[in-house]
Ligand binder design. Sequence first.
Ligand code: IPE
Ligand code: IPE
Ligand code: MG
Length: 231
Amino acid sequence: MDGAKIPAHIGIIMDGNGRWAQSRGKDRSYGHREGTANVERITERAFTRGVKTLSLFAFSSENWARPKAEIDELMRLLETYFKKFLKKLQRENIRITVMGDISAFTVKLQKIIEKSVDSTKTNDGGVLNIGINYGARQEIAYAVNKILEKGEKVTVENISANLYTAEFGEPDLIIRTGGELRLSNFMLYQGAYSELYFTDVLWPDFDETELDKAIEEYGHRHRRFGKIEQQ
Ligand code: IPE
Ligand code: IPE
Ligand code: MG
């Protein structure tokens, strides 16, 4: 039997910031600010609970289609986030990694991100993997191109080995906040056998108790990977 299990790798689609703010009569940016603050809480809780890798979807390849003012605010928040939490994550021995094509960002933001990744690369207390300008389809195309460039054969294993997440493996649990029942281009390949957890709770309201609930529910799931369950 599975016993009480903690997912080693959790992915979170952090959705609902805009609606959270709008329901309070505020603009969407306010929701993004609160959502960013929540990243800190949830990161801390996840690693305290024994999660090894936390993959957070912060900005999708398709989010560029939003109004410029909202994108500008999101870029500003990314800058602040990486700068503000670097010291704290460093103290907590957390390694920061990113998945996505960061070449689309300003040179300033790229440098800030690279500094965070570089200065935490030997930390081994947990991995905080942030999806920015990330899309799973783009990631699969990127992986296949890398394989072809090396002149290798395209195989299931080879694709896995060339994804952004190759080192961290597949998410055991994918959580989506904000009530939508879809993956919106998040970890489509490595999520093939992930347990899915959807909640109506909007991301800024998804607190430690909500994360604990998701982990608790994961503990009751039976993962079969196509096999017949052993009794
Ligand atoms: C998620 O919240 C954050 C990003 C996609 C950047 P949304 O901005 O999608 O908020 P809703 O879904 O419109 O409420
Ligand atoms: C998914 O949320 C992307 C992130 C949480 C970063 P969206 O709000 O972009 O997804 P859709 O548009 O509702 O599918
Ligand atoms: Mg949304």
